[in-house]
Design a protein around this ligand. Sequence first.
Ligand code: ADP
Length: 716
Amino acid sequence: MTFRDLPIRQKLRRAILTSCAVALFLMSGTYILFQYFSSRNNERSKVATLASVISANSSAALAFESTSEAAEILNALSADKEIVEACIYDVNGNIFATYPAGLKKKNLSAKPATGYTFKNSYIEGFVPIQQNGLYLGNLYVKSSLSRLHSRIRFNIFIALLLIGTTLIVGYFLSEFFQKSISNPIHSLENTAKTISEKGDYCIRAQKTGNDEIGSLTDAFNRMLDQIKLKSDQVTEANLECSKLAAIVDSSGDAIIGFSENLIIDSWNTSAERIFGYAASEVVGMLISDLFLPTQIDYDSIIQRLKQGEEFEWFQTQVKGKLDNKIDISLTVSPIKNSNGELIGISQSARDVTAHKKRELQIIENEEHLRLATEAAELGTFNMDLIAGTMIWDARCRELFGIYNDEPVSFEDSFLNGLHEEDRDRVLKTIEDAFDKKISGGNYDVEFRTIGKTDKKLRWVKSKGRVFFNEHNMPVRFIGAVLDIAKQKQDEERKNDFIAIVSHELKTPLTTIKAFVQIVLSRAKKEGNTFVVNALAKADTQTSKMSSMLNDFLNLARLEEGKLILAHEDIDLDELLKEVVDEAVLLNSSRPIKLITCANIKINGDRDKLCQVLINLISNASKYSTTGSPIEVGCSLEGNRVKVFVKDFGVGISLADQKKLFDRFYRVQSEQTKTVSGFGIGLYLVSEILNAHQSQIEVESAPDVGSEFYFYLDSVS
Ligand code: ADP
């Protein structure tokens, strides 16, 4: 492992120890070298001094050529163990005396040498021997350097020991000091590792001091703050991107992205569905090639987008993968970078094939409707209740005597165009139609109009429907108006006919009934059972016929507005009993339960109220099976009295209940189709009770039975 790759702890330790070692080596080396050279100088001085003394002493011996004296002088060198050799040469360079004695040495040349030289582990040198300036010979001295060398070795040993000890101490000190540097760095490293492993940028490094590492920790933490901020922004941007991608992908529209050079770079799921190509097939292709032959001029689109032009949705037709023609509505929008430069184009396309078909269908339907309204001579109206506008077609205008195209209004054109006798009723019907709970939004009414310009009276029937918003507020009211003048004429004729016939039949029928009753009482006296029975039946039938004629006459009077009431106080129990008795007489096969309410008097037209009850009992009997019971009665509720007729017969559906009191309305069902009637009984009941400021009500359920009831004020 190279130094560079070592852990910082080791690096620091090595740096400290290496620095210590190098410093110590240099210091010790220098010192030892200095010691070595100064010791050598000392050694040389010492040898030179010794040699000078010996040379001075030996000059006499040499002058007198006394070898023994010379040998003795040399022998004095034995006091210094370092002197290993010495030799005295005469003037000719011949050996004169040696130390130790008998040493074989080469003769010196005639010219004696001077000075000292170090050779290996010795120092040797020559000193001239002179007397009174006369050269007598030379002294050669060789001294061992072993003492110097051993001192140097010792010094080296001490130096090494010192270095070793210093390094050991340095090691422990470095251990201690490196922690203060490496620990914060390790802490930084661990923080960085944890962050990179967990991706959690909320973790922060702990600052341990205010040195450079402290500043580094601060800088690191600041960097983390910025990274966290950026990371949050990136996460948010990614989230936005994925949201956008999800929106684009889940959009019902085909969303296609392409570059300025028309290369497709994105293709969503709806594009796959609408055009049939998978994204992998088309990404990278030229969009202009894909929809060939196409009516879309992409080059010009790009030019126009660059000039900042915006595109509305426009419709065109392209070919899908299966060569199928697809009607699309499309728009293109620029994709710009933050500098506002165009970096791509997004094309949204909506498949309008089905929509186009529907449009065609609507046009056809409208045409049918137009033909139908024309054929039926229906006028139509359309009220926008939010905008407060009203539109009438030409036929509708005609039915109100308006022959121009000027705008129409509810107050001026409609309300003022109504016959004043019908105005309140029509307004009430409209009010009900606007109340979803009451009418379900249905509007159906007949009324008279007085032509605005021609002042002509017209009978019209209007049917319509109110549309409500999610808060059940009416928002639109549309419908049709039909001229029913002919129908009204027919009805009038029918009414006239019924009135005349009823009137004309009434007198003979009363006479017949009188004669039948006279003959019946005679037959009873004579005890002729057969005749009694026959006449009793004839009497019943004439009563039924008379009741029917009463209905017709009342109807006719009602139509003519001649229904006049003869008010009187009536004992309700008496009235009910009388009616029930008559009903039992007319239909003996059916049990009728009478529920009385003692001593209650009401005020009204006795005959008409009788007719109301007879009609209700007759219906209860007609629309229930033979033998099924009927309940007729009254009950006091506060100061109002409820009068009711209840049966357990076929019952009436809710839909029929709404129209039950209309003139000539009869329920069309399997159970009622065999029952004879004209559909005027309940109409009369309703009208007679209205004239008494009361109202007929019904509670009924199919196959369970019906209860018809009304309230009257009790009089004390
Ligand atoms: P109709 O002469 O047909 O009886 P009404 O005006 O008396 O004429 O009644 C209108 C319709 O109401 C009837 O055709 C019948 O279907 C229905 N109706 C009236 N009373 C009852 C009843 N008690 N039970 C069931 N249906 C009834």
